[in-house]
Design a protein around this ligand. Structure first.
Ligand SMILES: Nc1ncnc2c1ncn2[C@@H]1O[C@H](COP(=O)(O)OP(=O)(O)OP(=O)(O)O)[C@@H](O)[C@H]1O
Length: 228
């Protein structure tokens, strides 16, 4: 599904050029659950911004399902992003003044749905993450784990081809992290949701099929996770 071929990325910081991704070659298949780990500053965010169609300034080829979708037209690229990839962040990134329902509904409205058409889809997504009946609550009225579930429902609502989760357990305690990882695992096992999880948390790794380690902008290792 995702093919990065000979990717190099540079940041131009005025008088210096910083080589941040170095000849990255990476293939991710549909249905995989992949962990990406690496020290702070190693280039993980840069890499997922590129995979998630946020960053279009790089050298090399990004083929998605065999096609180059990256276009210089920002509007077109953000539409591709909205229908292709779901994002989950450490701090949940929910809109505080919107209800749970409205937060989950938002990508649908952006994707051209009318308000009158969203009900069943939002309810189904909330059910999938175990938040049935919580649509009228506001994020602040929920626990951290529940807020992350709202973000997961929002990321699923457009039936994206894949989901990028950036430190999804970073703000959660151990037990809640395990619950969220179990939810990811069941979405992956039961519904075939493709997941790319960037993390510092080694607890995430056993839930994944594969671990990619990044160091200094290059892939240091890319191995199957073997659970003994
Ligand atoms: N817009 C930018 N301009 C210049 N340098 C940048 C920019 N964004 C990131 N960098 C540099 O690129 C390198 C990689 O950053 P990146 O955020 O991708 O790392 P990371 O692995 O995600 O780190 P962390 O785990 O701390 O989030 C860092 O040295 C960072 O300072």
């Amino acid at each position: 599904m995702i093919d990065l071929v000979g990717i190099n990325k540079y940041y131009n910081t005025g008088d210096e050029v910083f080589h941040v991704l170095k000849d990255v070659n990476l293939h991710i298949s549909a249905g995989e659950m992949v962990a990406i780990m690496g020290p702070s500053g190693s280039g993980k965010s840069t890499l997922i911004n590129l995979i998630g169609f946020i960053d279009k300034k790089f050298e090399g080829q990004y083929l998605f399902e065999g096609e180059s979708l990256v276009t210089s037209d920002d509007d077109k690229l953000s539409k591709i992003r909205n229908s292709t990839v779901g994002f989950i962040f450490q701090n949940f990134s929910l809109i505080e003044n919107n209800t749970v329902y409205e937060n989950v509904e938002l990508p649908l409205l952006y994707g051209g749905y009318k308000r009158s058409e969203t009900g069943e889809l939002v309810e189904a997504a909330l059910k999938k993450v175990g938040l049935e009946g919580k649509g009228e609550k506001y994020p602040k009225q929920l626990s951290g784990g529940q807020q992350q579930r709202v973000a997961i429902a929002r990321s699923l609502i457009m039936k994206p081809k894949f989901i990028i989760a950036d430190e999804p357990t970073g703000a959660l305690d151990t037990r809640t992290s395990e619950e969220i990882l179990t939810l990811f695992k069941s979405l992956n096992d039961d519904e075939g949701v493709t997941l790319i999880v960037v993390t510092h948390d080694p607890e995430v790794v056993p839930y994944c099929h594969r671990l990619i380690k990044i160091r200094d902008g290059a892939i240091e290792s890319d191995e199957e996770v073997i659970i003994i």
